[in-house]
Design a protein around this ligand. Structure first.
Ligand code: PTJ
Length: 250
């Protein structure tokens, strides 16, 4: 299980190594799929090029995401095996700050892992988690990942999807949902399908959205709508791509 002590504290990439270790621990404890390790490797290459920080355009996207969540009638946060291993506290904090439902939804779905993630989130203080026994399906997706809850993702008007496969993001967009996608690859199909694409590590982006949500908690609907109207999804993705192309600032 935990081998965090094996990460030398003075290693120049200690933070990144500790994050990897959290995912390895997640696989060993049955939260994360082995495919999740591969997905993380792709993500961390982009993160390296972003300078491993929340760039200003991603921060603006987080603020727009918070405005969408406050304006939503039924916001839902979708959690998979990587998110559960990396940021359980941040998921719960965001859900509380915008009154959102948490739903476990997996690409490589199996009932043991759904249950393990549900229990893990409850252990971290989540009161209500949807996961086991989904009772609806996303139209147009022939796969286990189509299974969702009627009271959760199926009914949501705004869905937060940290780390997602492109097919499902496209299918949810086709259902007319506003999607807040967090993905380190600004070119991914999920990001192209997103209403609010946030090009950042979910470890940083989830708390960033929650901070903006708290800051906007007493804003009028008109003020929230102005933030939403001003946000430009294409500009956000293009800015992230140009930062990545210019390489790390070190
Ligand atoms: O737990 P499951 O079964 O739902 O499985 C989840 C995985 C991640 C295996 C599944 O969704 C998958 O295969 O994802 P993809 O299609 O490989 O996409 C992963 C995307 O997430 C890539 O574009 C990565 O750049 C990005 N990514 C990886 N780690 C992070 C990330 N984006 C933000 N924050 C991260 N920490």
């Amino acid at each position: 299980m935990g081998h965090n002590s094996e990460v030398p504290a003075d290693h120049p990439r200690a933070g990144s190594l500790r994050t990897r270790q959290r995912l390895v621990d997640g696989v060993e404890s049955g939260l994360t799929s082995r495919h999740g390790l591969i997905a993380h490797g792709r993500g961390e290459a982009f993160d390296y090029l972003l300078g491993e920080e929340t760039i200003p355009s991603a921060d603006r996207a987080c603020r727009a995401a918070a405005a969408y969540l406050h304006r939503a009638d039924h916001p839902v946060i979708s959690v998979n095996g990587n998110v559960a291993a990396l940021s359980p506290e941040a998921v719960i904090d965001l859900a509380q700050s915008v009154d959102a439902v948490i739903e476990v939804n997996l690409f490589h779905r199996n009932s043991d892992r759904v249950q393990a993630i549900t229990d893990h989130l409850r252990d971290h203080g989540a009161e209500d988690v949807l996961g086991p026994n989904p009772d609806e399906t996303i139209p147009g997706l022939a796969h286990d990942r189509a299974h969702v809850h009627a009271d959760g993702i199926y009914a949501a008007d705004v869905v937060v999807i940290p780390l997602e496969d492109g097919d499902r993001a496209e299918a949810l967009a086709a259902m007319g949902k506003d999607e807040i996608v967090i993905d380190l690859n600004p070119l991914s199909r999920s990001m192209v399908a997103a209403t609010v694409p946030i090009c950042d590590n979910l470890i940083r982006a989830l708390p960033c959205i929650a901070d903006h949500a708290r800051d906007l908690a007493s804003s009028s609907d008109g003020d929230l709508d102005r933030i939403i109207d001003k946000f430009d999804a294409i500009e956000a993705r293009e800015d992230a791509e140009s930062v990545i192309r210019s390489g790390p600032l070190t």
